[in-house]
Design a protein around this ligand. Sequence first.
Ligand code: NAD
Ligand code: DAU
Length: 340
Amino acid sequence: MGCNIGTILVTGGCGFIGSNFVRFMLRKYDYKIINVDKLTYAGNLENLSDISDHPNYEFVRGDIADKALIEGLASKGIGAVINFAAESHVDRSIEDPRVFIETNVLGTQVLLEAARKYGILRFIQISTDEVYGSLGTRGSFKEASPLAPNSPYSASKTAADLLVRAYYKTYGLAAIITRCSNNYGPYQFPEKLIPLMISNALEDKSLPVYGDGMNVRDWIYVEDHCRAIELIMHRGKGGEVYNIGANNELSNIEIVKIILKKLNKPESLIKFVEDRPGHDRRYAIDSTKLRNELGWDVIYPFEKAIDRTIRWYVEHQDWWKKIKSGEYLTYYERMYGHRL
Ligand code: NAD
Ligand code: DAU
């Protein structure tokens, strides 16, 4: 597979999914990849230290909301933009929504405008299933489901999606939106459920489970998400939305118990704590369109991929221990101090 893309501008490539995507693409293709990342608390140069010297890779530290910087990069002859850059954590958006609007909404608009101005043909907006809101016990999100975001994070991602749509309708920019479910895998910042629970368990610390632990998420291994983006970048149709998901629904308490069992740690570490405000009850994503139209499927079943993921965090304790010091400790105290 391959087409006339040449250079890809990846944003947020030092975060969890972006770093997995950059590594995956450099291994498989000859594309040049320019990674622009602001290096917020979630951006980590170590996530790509193994490929930082790759001849097809260039890192630029910067903000996607910086018009001059982004237009300067876009003018260099970019074939595709893949926008991963975002403030991505729901709990942080509840504490302080402002930066979510600055990056997720205004930053996306700057990228769209640069893509329009310099005639960039492919623009992939990495959105989320959270834009659809919350489900009851039955049904799943389709691409045509109503947008009903419930947190400042998901509201900012929805606003960005609507801007992407408007740039397609108004200016004919061949932009595509992808909406994926919850990812897990290596290099995920340990504020998110799976790496937080694995690392806390390894340190024999309490595992804070919100509410009754029965909220359901639909889990996908990060490399399967990267493979979907790869396919959509090559063969997706401008103006379309593609849902991405692995049909793998699990309640939070099920996930936590699986992790404890695999690490041989006691369930007494589980602590049910005060719930997240506006906590979405259930997500389930219908990815029939992507499967039927582009022939995508998962290659990493949950049972195998969760083992692989746990092993990665066991073998990379230096990576997450370094993160879980300094500023993270203040965050953890703010977020969990009153709950635990
Ligand atoms: P992350 O928080 O791990 O990484 C975000 C990256 O963006 C970091 O490297 C950060 O430094 C960078 N960044 C933040 N603000 C920036 C700015 N203004 N300019 C440039 N760079 C900036 O996030 P993630 O989990 O890898 O998510 C990546 C994308 O995928 C996000 O858009 C998110 O909404 C979406 N998404 C995530 C999931 C998931 O389960 N993690 C699922 C579906 C969609
Ligand atoms: O669905 C896709 C989304 O998945 C992405 O758009 C977001 O960027 C990503 O952060 C993720 O959002 P969630 O809110 O679903 O992920 P998080 O890991 O924060 O929480 C997963 C579930 O676990 C959720 O029901 C809340 C619960 N939880 C989370 C934390 C951090 C706990 O019970 N305890 C915790 O300490």
